[in-house]
Design a protein around this ligand. Structure first.
Ligand SMILES: Nc1ncnc2c1ncn2[C@@H]1O[C@H](COP(=O)(O)OP(=O)(O)O)[C@@H](O)[C@H]1O
Ligand SMILES: [Mg+2]
Length: 234
C-alpha cells in the first residue's frame, strides 16, 4: 500500500480507515485486489477465517487487517474482526471502542462472544477488541475456548479475520495459524528485513493454515503504473 511522503510512522492512536473513508481511492482499490487475490489463493475451499501477521512491529498488520475487513464487509459478507494482538492491541483505536471487554475476557470465561462483540460504523462488520491485556496471551490463544469462540463465530459470520502480534517476537500468530483457514503475511517496504520475512514465512509454514500470500505494504507510488500493489504466492 502506498504511503504519502512525510507521513508519521508512529503507532499513533489516531487511525484512519481508508477503505471506509475513501472507498474510491487507489489504495482502497488495492485492498479490494488483495481480497480478490485471496479468493484466487483458495479456489477449492471457501475461506472462513484468516489471520494477518508480519515479522516485526509496525509493518502494517493492523492497518491491513482493518482495511481488508472493511472491503470484505463492503462486498456484503458478514465479517467479524478480532484483535488477537493481546500484547499491543490497536483495533479499539481504529474503531473507537472503549476496549473494556474483549477477546481476553471471552478466553478466561468472563464474557460471551455476544457480549464482547461491538458493532462498527461499517455495515456487516462487527468487532471484538482485545480486552484487558492478559499475562499469558499465547496460552489463552491456544486454549479450547479460543477454538470454541471461532466455531461459534462461524455460525453468525461469513468471515472471521484476526489481527495478531509479530511472528518473530512471540508464538501467538503461529498458535492461531493452527485453527484458521489461511494466513496472510505483511511485508513493509524498506522496513521488513528480507531475513526476517523469510523467518516469518518459515514460522507459519508448519501451521495447519495455508500461507495464502504476502502483502507488500507502503511501497513508494510508481508513477508509470497504477497497479503498485504486489501480491505473491509465498
Ligand atoms: N502504507 C502505510 N501508509 C501510511 N501509514 C502506514 C502504512 N502502513 C502502516 N502505517 C502506519 O504505521 C503504523 C504501524 O502500522 P500498524 O498497522 O499498526 O502496524 P502493526 O500492526 O504491524 O504493528 C500505524 O501508525 C499506521 O497508520
Ligand atoms: Mg498491530
Amino acid at each position: 500500500m502506498a504511503r504519502k511522503k512525510n507521513q508519521s510512522k508512529k503507532n499513533s492512536t489516531v487511525r484512519h480507515l481508508i477503505a471506509k473513508l475513501n472507498p474510491r481511492s487507489p489504495v482502497s482499490e488495492q485492498y479490494r485486489t488483495v481480497r480478490t487475490n485471496l479468493q484466487f489463493a483458495s479456489v477449492d475451499e471457501e475461506l472462513r477465517s484468516i489471520l494477518v501477521t508480519s515479522a516485526g512491529p509496525t509493518d502494517g498488520k493492523s492497518m491491513t487487517t482493518a482495511n481488508l475487513a472493511v472491503v470484505y464487509a463492503q462486498q456484503g459478507k458478514k465479517v467479524l474482526l478480532i484483535d488477537a494482538d493481546l500484547r499491543k492491541p490497536t483495533v479499539h483505536y481504529t474503531f473507537r471502542l472503549d476496549n473494556l471487554k474483549g477477546l481476553s475476557n471471552v478466553l478466561v470465561g468472563e464474557s460471551t462472544l455476544e457480549t464482547a462483540t461491538n458493532n462498527s460504523e461499517v455495515d456487516n462488520l462487527d468487532i471484538i477488541s482485545s480486552g484487558p491485556i492478559p499475562p499469558n496471551p499465547s496460552e489463552l490463544l491456544a486454549s479450547k475456548r479460543m477454538e470454541q469462540l471461532l466455531s461459534d463465530a462461524k455460525v453468525t459470520y461469513d468471515l472471521i479475520i484476526f489481527d495478531t502480534p509479530p511472528t518473530l517476537a512471540v508464538t501467538d500468530a503461529q498458535v492461531l495459524a493452527n485453527i484458521v483457514d489461511g494466513s496472510l503475511l505483511v511485508i513493509r517496504s524498506k522496513q521488513t528485513e528480507l531475513e526476517a520475512a523469510i523467518k516469518a514465512k518459515e514460522a507459519l509454514e508448519p501451521a495447519k493454515a495455508k500461507l495464502l500470500g504476502t502483502v507488500l505494504n507502503d511501497r513508494e507510488k510508481d508513477k508509470s503504473n497504477n497497479y503498485y500493489y504486489y501480491y505473491g504466492n509465498n
